[in-house]
Design a protein around this ligand. Structure first.
Ligand SMILES: [Ca+2]
Ligand SMILES: [Ca+2]
Ligand SMILES: [Ca+2]
Length: 191
């Protein structure tokens, strides 16, 4: 069984999506249970309860939450949250496989045969995500900077000499506000 690898994602907090994000449901093929086959269409992601039901009818079982995503809006691209890209779900009849990928990979994936919906009538665009990149190399992924309000193109948004990632580590306690030029906790919580 292949573990799905998302090239882009949005992380929630304490198991909850940040409003108005939708949950991405991870559905696994149940061998012998339906039309999906464990050697090929091993897993696929869904975004709504109706999709979970549709995929369940095709032999997939709910496996867990894979992440969170901005729901499709209209009209695009004006309604899309700043910094996000479309996330596609497409399947290939050649390899009997489904894939999830950002818009930047659409041409390459189409050439590889990923041109079809997961099931008849299924959406091919699941919603919008932040690309998994850190354009200013300050240690904070672009999407986290959009959510925090820091500048994804400027490593030191408030110009106080400490990078955004030093002030607000992605996986640790923040020591100060990277948007305000005031060091609140220069020596942990002593100052
Ligand atoms: Ca950054
Ligand atoms: Ca930054
Ligand atoms: Ca700073």
């Amino acid at each position: 069984m292949t573990t799905p690898v998302l090239p882009a994602h949005i992380q929630g907090q304490n198991g909850q999506a940040i409003s108005p994000l939708q949950t991405l449901y991870w559905m696994d093929c149940e061998p012998g249970f339906g039309p999906c086959t464990a050697s090929s269409r091993d897993s696929v992601l869904a975004v709504r309860a109706e999709e979970v039901e549709q995929l369940h009818d095709l032999g997939y079982n709910y496996h867990g939450r894979q992440g969170y995503i901005y729901p499709v809006c209209g009209p695009e691209p004006a309604c899309m949250p700043a910094g996000t890209v479309r996330l596609y779900r497409r399947c290939s009849s050649l390899s009997d496989d489904c894939a999830i990928f950002p818009e930047s990979q659409l041409d390459a994936m189409s050439l590889e045969g990923y041109t079809q919906a997961a099931y008849p009538g299924a959406a091919q665009i699941l919603g919008y995500v932040y690309p998994n990149q850190d354009q200013d190399a300050d240690g904070l992924p672009d999407g986290m900077e959009y959510l925090l309000g820091t500048d994804p193109y400027q490593p030191d948004s408030d110009g106080d000499g400490l990078s955004d990632g030093e002030e607000y580590p992605a996986w640790d306690l923040p020591q100060s506000d990277p948007r305000l030029g005031e060091i609140v906790f220069a020596d942990s919580f002593e100052d």
